[in-house]
Design a protein around this ligand. Structure first.
Ligand SMILES: Cc1ncc(COP(=O)(O)O)c(C=O)c1O
Length: 395
């Protein structure tokens, strides 16, 4: 047997993608599953975007493209980012990649050497620690789990973890799994501090347009004018436009890092899918009404969730400012049902109620569960009815 590389042997599988497999197995057994584990919109990709994809195929736009993305898409990214975030990105600052996940992977590969420290948020999106470790980097956690802070994303939680070995920090706002948004004040403080130390601040804003707060989403590349070289934005079309399967994301970063990322992409995927790039042009420059309608629907579900969870009682959570996840502390019910942890609770709920919830441990937060409301209101109502009944009883 061929021995696997040491890097991959220490890598763990994505717990959220594993749930997708479990769901398929249970459905194959004829079970009806209520899925609150999903990290993707339940809406279909809007018609105008699908049509642009079809037109790309019919127009034979089906060959290799420039590695970092076609000019037409870069223009659309520049125009939408300028209109929305007030930052004029140059062509060679943009790298389009097959999903923002791969964009982040490229960036970390481009800047992290073995032994470098990368500060990631806790709770974290499951791929951050694995990607850092895959580069030989050391993961350091910016703790946002203090009980009285309700997951508030603060500059201080990062700054307190700075060391001479810190090479990069990752901010995720709105956060997966908590839905919290880092305020402009906190993000500005964070960037100002790390800029002085010449450390890269990577802002994963893939839920940027799914936001419920009235305030603007702070623009990372404009907050500290002198720090543009040290700030990178990793963005996605997956969640905003319900395009998860099209695999399309983009990064805005300094020219030097963009060139390095492009080199790695050249030798790994060559380019993002040509058809998806054409669809992305339409997504970014076409009608945005469907995005607004989706966000309004998520907001309605979030508010319903909050009301029901309050009624159930003994579940601590922070109302999400964005994204489509509820992240809640179920310690009371774990104790009440005499389970040892959140994994046991989630598994029992799956076995007894056919409801998928993601254990908080997957995000580094024991005793929590992540509940996605990227699922229909009908399923949410049915699921919460079942959950309420289940939680009321000891076993
Ligand atoms: C915080 C965060 N970043 C990045 C991604 C990757 O998204 P994609 O690769 O589909 O653009 C996800 C997907 O779940 C996410 O939750």
């Amino acid at each position: 047997m061929i021995e696997l590389s040491a890097r991959v042997r220490t890598m763990t599988s994505s717990p959220t993608l594993k749930l997708v497999q479990i769901k398929k197995q249970l459905q194959a057994q004829g079970k009806v599953i209520l899925d609150f584990g999903a990290g993707e919109p339940d809406f279909p990709t809007p018609e105008n975007i699908k049509n642009a994809g079809v037109a790309a195929i019919q127009g034979n736009f089906t060959k290799y493209t420039p590695t970092a993305g076609i000019a037409e898409l870069k223009k659309a990214i520049q125009a939408s980012y300028l209109a929305e975030q007030g930052y004029a990105a140059k062509d060679n600052q943009i790298v389009v990649s097959p999903g923002s996940k791969y964009g982040l992977f490229l960036m970390l590969q481009a800047v992290i050497d073995p032994g470098d420290e990368v500060i990631v948020p806790l709770p974290y999106w499951v791929s951050y620690p694995e990607m850092v470790k895959f580069c030989g980097g050391i993961v350091v956690y910016a703790d946002h789990l203090q009980p009285d802070r309700l997951f508030k994303l603060t500059a201080d939680s990062y700054i307190s973890k700075y060391s001479a070995r810190t090479k990069a920090v990752i901010v995720n706002s709105p956060s997966n799994p908590t839905g919290k948004v880092m305020s402009g004040k906190e993000l500005g403080e964070l960037i100002a501090f790390f800029h002085k130390k010449n450390i890269l601040v990577i802002v994963d804003d893939c839920y940027r347009k799914i936001i419920y707060t009235d305030g603007e989403y702070p623009s990372p590349l404009n907050l500290v004018a002198a720090a543009r070289e040290q700030v990178a934005v990793v963005s996605s079309l997956s969640k905003t436009y319900a395009m998860t399967g099209w695999r399309l994301g983009y990064t805005i970063v300094s020219e030097a890092i963009a060139a390095a990322m492009t080199k790695i992409q050249e030798h790994s995927t060559s380019n993002p899918c040509s058809i998806s790039q054409k669809a992305a042009v339409e997504a970014l420059s076409g009608d945005q009404h469907e995005v607004q309608a989706m966000v309004e629907e998520y907001r309605r579900r979030r508010d319903y969730f909050a009301r029901r969870v309050d009624e159930i009682g003994h579940i601590t959570y922070a109302l999400p400012d964005g994204a489509f996840y509820f992240f809640a502390d179920f310690s009371h019910y774990i104790r009440k049902k005499k389970f040892s942890d959140d994994n046991q609770l989630a598994m029992d709920i799956l076995e007894k109620l056919n409801i998928i919830l993601v254990p908080g441990s997957a995000f580094g937060a024991a005793n929590h569960l992540r509940i996605s409301y990227a699922t229909s209101m009908k399923d949410i109502q049915e699921g919460l009815n079942k959950l309420e009944e289940y939680l009321r009883h000891d076993r």
